[in-house]
Write a protein that binds this ligand. Structure first.
Ligand code: NAP
Length: 258
């Protein structure tokens, strides 16, 4: 099968031919139809988890995807990240524990759109729930994957902040991009609530971690199907476009279409 893989931590990714992965006990083998790209995937290649989880090489990144279960033909989408790290969705086939956050792909939902949803969409949805009734929310990094979903969910309560924009005082802050120093500089603009997705806060309650679930995926799919949520896919690549896969989004989502 064709895949995008790295030969070492921190290395470039390249288009390669690899054997198809074999499912272990409790795992599904899935023919990938589309894979969504997230900053997390590059961080995995860079070795973010090298000391905490086993990895295999060539390391195939890719957390999000939509595909067809080999054998049953059921169409599913969700998060495929599992141990050992390196059997990811940037490939024609992936294996995944059936206990991962996976949901049926509803009729009418394009697999390419579904593949763009899981990590960024569930993060946005759970942040939206945590923000409660906050009536103004600074979203720092608003044009990216998480930010584009979160600003849509918040509607006119969102104050989108892109590169170079000045902050104003607001009820809440969601900082999707800054490091510890940048987050500390942004924090005074939030009157009551603040979250970082980059574990940049000194207060652990502000360090937001997404928890994937089939329920959250189903809720996201419904929001797309009923027209509430638009999925801004700005780049469609193939498995032959390895050099471009982490080249920066310029906003929206990048999806690899098989
Ligand atoms: N903790 C969790 O559970 C969790 C879950 C999901 C994501 N995350 C993390 O959250 C971050 C955002 O994820 P994402 O999928 O939204 O990433 P993304 O799609 O790459 O979007 C990030 C956006 O922020 C913009 N940006 C970069 N620096 C900025 C700055 N200083 N001020 C304002 N905007 C800036 C980027 O613009 P350019 O394109 O110009 O660079 C891009 O539009 C990533 O670090 C990701 O790993 C964490």
């Amino acid at each position: 099968m064709w895949a995008i893989a790295a030969d070492e931590f921190g290395g470039p990714v390249r288009s390669v031919e690899l054997p198809e992965p074999s499912p272990g006990p409790g795992e599904l083998k899935v023919r990938v139809l589309a894979a969504g790209v997230n900053p997390f995937d590059r961080k995995v290649v860079d070795g973010m988890m090298r000391d905490s989880m086993p990895h295999v090489f060539p390391l195939v990144p890719g957390t999000d995807g939509a595909g067809e279960v080999v054998g049953s033909g059921e169409r599913i989408f969700g998060t495929f990240f599992h141990k050992p790290v390196g059997v990811g969705t940037f490939a024609e086939y992936v294996t995944v524990p059936s206990t991962n956050a996976l949901a049926p792909l509803p009729d009418g939902l394009d697999p390419v759109v579904a593949a763009a949803l899981p990590t960024a969409g569930m993060t946005a949805l759970q942040l939206f729930d945590r923000l409660g009734a906050a009536d103004s929310v600074l979203v720092v990094g608003a044009r990216g994957g998480v930010g584009s979903f979160l600003t849509q969910l918040l509607g006119d309560r969102a104050i989108p902040i892109g590169r170079g924009d000045s902050l104003v005082e607001a009820d809440a802050l969601v900082d999707l991009v800054r490091d510890a120093d940048g987050y500390a500089a942004n924090l005074p603009y939030a009157r009551s609530l603040a979250f970082t997705t980059n574990y940049a806060a000194a207060d652990p309650a502000q360090n937001f971690g997404m928890k994937g679930s089939a329920e959250a995926l189903t809720r996201l799919a419904s929001l797309v199907l009923d027209g509430t949520l638009d999925v801004p896919i700005t780049r469609r690549l193939s498995l032959r476009d390895a050099a471009d896969v982490f080249a920066g989004s310029g906003g929206g989502k990048t999806v690899i279409v098989m």
